[in-house]
Design a binder for this molecule. Sequence first.
Ligand SMILES: *Cc1c(COP(=O)(O)O)cnc(C)c1O
Length: 424
Amino acid sequence: MTRSPSPVWHPFTQHALEPVTTRIVRTDGAYLIDEHGRSILDAISSWWVITHGHRHPAIMEAIRSATESFDQIIFAEYTHEPAEELAQGLIRLAPPGLAHVFYSDSGSTSVEVALKMALGFFHNRGCSRSRIVVMEHGYHGDTIGAMSVGERGVFNAAYGALLFDVDTIPFPAPGHEQETLDAFEQLCLGEEVAALLIEPLILGAGGMKMYPPHLLAELKRIATRYGTLFIADEVMTGWGRTGTVFACEQAGITPDILCVSKGITGGALPLAATLCSAEIFDAHLSSDRSRMFFHSSSYTANPIACAAALANLTVWQNEPVLKRIETLEHMHRERLTPFRSDPRFVNVRQTGTIAALDLDVSTSGYLSDVGPKLRAFFRQRDLLIRPLGNVIYLMTPYCVTSDDLDRAYAAIDEAADVIGKAQK
Ligand SMILES: *Cc1c(COP(=O)(O)O)cnc(C)c1O
């Protein structure tokens, strides 16, 4: 067993098997540059946060400029321009009908806030609804509440005793969509369901599992029919990943609660927002203090992070981001085509800027050793690609070039021969 001299404990890392040795000294566009000057293509946007590219000049400048006036400011009793302007901007950009913005600092906290908003809504109306419905294979973060609403497995087996109980509807696999809808409707009939919490169009950490917009629209219709709140976790899907700014747009729906984080600052600084309808805010509005929303993080609405997010909104407004995304979608589509008839792969799929394919091996699942083997294979080729078990996916920053993608796809092709065959 190897033991690193560093005291740092890294996330999702088995230190005994995988010493963390690559030290990054700079980021640039689609690349990470290490201490030896090697340029590594960041083909997963540094865990899905970097949208336009690393260190977008306008966002970096907004951060520098904000530090001339701000650090952290308490966000109860006081407010500030970056948070106010950002809230207006988010409401303008989000699906129509969302009216209020609650800030926190990570995707997980945006989900915790959403769950508390939903339960607070019913509690303050004197209604006992408190069940949460989630989708099989869902992922919503790693805090205790967020784990409770996510897929149970090896990731959270040790913490099971602390997780609360939820109702799960099956993933709408092709040909089985009706079962998902029926399961949801059946649960709603019991009149105890407070909210459906769902990742729209793609279940990310659960294996880049994709389903079509019409199903999302149908789930929303059922939720509305039974007075169940609809929470869209767009922490990963937001900011253009699926081809539109938000995935919900493709279904033509407005959720009652919308969680955003990751790309909200273009990936430059941690920030999250939970947007909600006027109805949910109003259920907390009262002369009675016991009905206020009991939630806060120390760093709520950090002004520098809000300034970065505002600059990101300006980038979306001033630059042809959607055009870039369309081009990237097209580049993936072309390169995925030969893999569709390649027997070494199954489930070749794409939603917007996200491309995924499963290496056809006998062992799958997150802990199968094919994942680490693939990672090492890609790392040797200066590619940051982290398969989820045998699921290989690319989710690059939008500034990636066609040459970069050619290199990534060539490596995937080669990996199937070197690692796929050995695994059979
Ligand atoms: C990443 C992610 C989260 C958690 O966000 P963190 O910032 O890592 O806490 C929640 N939901 C989805 C869909 C995610 O992809």
